[in-house]
Design a protein around this ligand. Structure first.
Ligand code: ADP
Ligand code: MG
Length: 697
């Protein structure tokens, strides 16, 4: 029994919040979140950005300023030292070929460096201009025999993605201590495959990914974990896909859908026509449609969604559309009402916030077939939502839902499977979509409807803020409308310390800057839906000509004469999100501007991202760039949304194993790989664990 509870406890460690670790308080917890680490398990699967090889010892006479070096010698001198205007202490290390000074700024540490002790120092060699010599400033070190810090020098050590206030050294320490605890991970790759591929065990791989004996071994370990991860993803996907069943074939185009197209106030673009043809071909088949429609923001996907749903209705079936937020569901519902007014349709809107009595009514009508089209949020996935005869499902902004989750709405059909149309404004590079979504057919909307003005993107430093807003307000006074986006509603002490503007401090600032003709409306996610709608309508109708908002405007707002977009702290947003936000302007004929305001201390990476945005207007180009820069998780925002939950697998680096893993999963499915009984059970158990984390039994 002792062993049993021991095991439970060890697995619990993985799920624990990072705060449970020594030295991690609320502040560090927040910083860890920024690099995607919430739990102990996240930390252990955090991939080092690179390694530093500190196994090679450089003779002190050969160290070069500007380069990393590891030296080993004896402490011969120790004393107070002032450097760069800061007080600290210095030691002299001598290795027989020469000596070098090492300066630390931490107080009360001197006695840790006894004269005569042997020490290893690793770090970047700097140049002391005053004394004209090489010097180490606050390097990593370990004192031989003393074991004060055994992680630090003379090893191949991991360098992690870091963020201000959270350095690699600290992360390394945490990981090192955790690995000493011998935590158990579960993997699902059958032994036959593991042997054939010569994979390290998951246990070994986690250790070696962080602390390999050589840089190559570190990469090999990472790749093994990527294999485990991808295997689990494909296997789960395969379990979900089993028996996709048959769909009821639709008849050729009917009255309702034709009438809808005829009544549209505009002509369909060529792209829209093409996609509609593609969809029509799918719908008449008894194989359920599985189509992903990718179209940049504003390319006109909604019309296609409505058309497809009407195709179901005219065939005597129901259709459902699921959107990721209530605002978006509301928005689509309104558009739908507007477009189909006059057509004989019964519509329903179901959200988490729908009142219980109203909800009961909707569910009853739905079951009886008295609702033709149901629009909603995640609420549609609830168990007691039953359709009478569901013929088609649309999922908007599908990447905001888990890859596996979307199957849950799809399964709401009866003995027949509904046709499925997935839509996204966040383009997924074709190669990625094909690999990861397997059977999905792809449709692309590349052109925007005619008569759209250009958007010029400008990148500015924060210190120009006053100038930026006087420019914006001058234009607003002449009749333009502006969005101003901030990252937070209310700042914390932490963000205030860093001068990050939240909604309220920005509002105060803007009030001081503006003239009487500038009327600012406020919008944020904590407002009630009704309030939000009022403010958005106020902006559309001109009651306000500036809309100061959090990112709630990211999707769904469509104000044709808004031509200015300012995004504060743009370097804190991901590329996809910035692109989405930018898509709020440029909807009318006039030229628009998108001004990205970045911190005066912007990181090189942040700057690069904003430059890409300035250069490229198409979401497809941006997606490719982001994929190259950081792997698929970032652009798709899937770290949080279960894009297979990949933490280690990297689409570019691991392309070589995708096909291989897929093939193995196929063979397994067909029973062509011999399994031990416990392996079979383990694999089948993943059916229940479908939304669970990797490696956590
Ligand atoms: P998205 O692809 O981002 O969902 P929408 O479907 O919301 O884009 O379309 C954006 C705007 O373009 C809407 O106001 C819509 O009515 C309009 N629109 C769609 N198709 C056309 C078209 N063929 N010609 C002109 N305007 C169109
Ligand atoms: Mg849309």
């Amino acid at each position: 029994m002792a062993g049993e509870s021991d095991k439970v406890e060890k697995n619990d460690i993985l799920k624990r919040d990072i705060r449970y670790l020594k030295g991690v308080g609320p502040k560090k917890q927040g910083l860890f979140r920024r690099i995607g680490v919430r739990t102990v398990s996240d930390l252990l699967f955090l991939v080092p950005r690179r390694y530093e090889d500190r196994t090679k010892i450089t003779p002190i006479k050969d160290v070069v300023p500007g380069k990393f070096a590891t030296v080993q010698g004896t402490i011969t001198l120790r004393g107070k030292r002032r450097l760069y205007g800061k007080d600290g202490f210095g030691i002299i290390v001598d290795d027989g070929t020469g000596w070098i000074e090492v300066v630390f700024f931490v107080k009360n540490m001197q006695k840790l460096f006894p004269i005569g002790a042997k020490i290893i120092i690793s770090g970047k060699v700097e140049f002391d201009k005053y004394y004209h010599k090489s010097i180490f400033v606050h390097p990593d070190y370990s004192i031989i025999g003393k074991n004060i810090d055994d992680v630090i020098a003379g090893m191949v050590i991991p360098v992690y993605p870091q963020t201000e206030g959270l350095d690699s050294r600290f992360i390394r320490r945490l990981v090192y201590d955790l690995l000493k605890q011998d935590i158990k991970f579960t993997d699902y790759v059958p032994e036959v495959i593991r042997k054939r591929e010569n994979l390290l065990s998951i246990q070994e791989a986690v250790k070696k990914m962080h602390f390999p004996d050589s840089v190559e071994e570190g990469e090999k370990a990472r790749k093994a974990i990527a294999f485990y991860e991808l295997f689990q993803f494909f296997w789960k996907l395969n379990l979900k896909r089993e028996n996709i069943g048959k769909a009821r074939p639709f008849k050729e185009k009917g009255r309702l859908s034709s009438e809808f197209i005829r009544r549209l106030p505009f002509k369909l673009t060529k792209g829209q026509q093409r996609v509609i043809e593609e969809i029509d071909k799918d719908l008449v088949r008894s194989v359920p449609m599985q189509r992903l429609l990718q179209g940049d923001v504003g390319s006109g996907k909604t019309v296609i969604a409505i058309y497809s749903m009407l195709r179901a209705v005219e065939n005597g079936m129901q259709a459902a559309l699921m959107a990721p937020t209530e605002t978006l569901a509301d928005q689509i519902f309104l558009v739908l009402l507007n477009f189909v007014s006059g057509l004989p349709l019964r519509l329903g809107l179901l959200k988490g916030s729908t009142k219980a009595s109203e909800r009961r009514g909707i569910l009853k009508d739905l079951e009886n077939g008295d609702i033709d089209i149901l629009v909603g949020t995640h609420a549609l996935l609830t168990e007691n939502v039953d359709f009478h005869k569901l013929g088609l499902v649309v999922i908007d902004e599908q990447h905001k839902f888990g890859v596996l989750q979307r199957y849950d709405l799809w399964k709401k059909g009866d003995e027949f499977t509904p046709h499925l149309l997935l839509m996204t404004a966040t383009p997924i590079p074709r190669s990625l979509a094909l690999t990861l979504y397997g059977n999905l057919e792809l449709s692309l909307l590349t052109e925007k409807p005619a008569g759209r003005g250009k958007i010029e993107t400008v990148v500015k430093l924060e210190r120009n803020r006053d100038k930026i807003y006087s420019w914006v307000f001058r234009r607003v006074e002449k009749g333009e409308k502006a969005y101003i986006v901030v990252p937070l509603i209310e700042g914390s002490d932490f963000s205030k310390e860093r001068g990050i503007k939240d909604l309220y401090s920005m509002y105060e600032y803007l009030l001081k800057m503006k003239s009487d003709n500038v009327r600012i409306g406020l919008l944020h996610g904590r407002m009630k839906t009704e309030e939000k709608r009022r403010v958005m309508e106020g902006f559309r109708d001109g009651e306000f000509n500036v809309l100061l908002s959090t990112t709630v405007i990211e999707v769904g707002i469509d104000v044709k004469d808004a031509t200015l977009m300012v995004i504060e702290h743009a370097d804190r947003f991901g590329l996809a999100q910035l692109h989405q936000l930018r898509g709020r302007v440029g909807r009318g004929e006039k030229k628009s501007f998108c001004i990205l305001v970045m911190s005066d201390k912007v990181s090189e990476e942040g700057r690069e991202r904003l430059r890409a945005l300035k250069k490229y207007n198409s979401g497809f180009d941006l997606a490719e760039i982001d994929l190259k820069m950081r792997g698929p998780g970032e652009f798709l925002g899937t770290k949080q949304h279960g894009f297979g939950g990949f933490r280690v697998f990297h689409f570019y680096k691991d392309q070589d194993i995708i096909e291989k893993v897929r093939r193995y999963v196929g063979l397994l499915k067909d029973g062509k790989i011999p399994l031990r009984e416990n392996e079979r059970e383990k694999l089948m158990s993943l059916k229940e664990k479908i939304e669970e984390e990797f490696y956590v039994a």
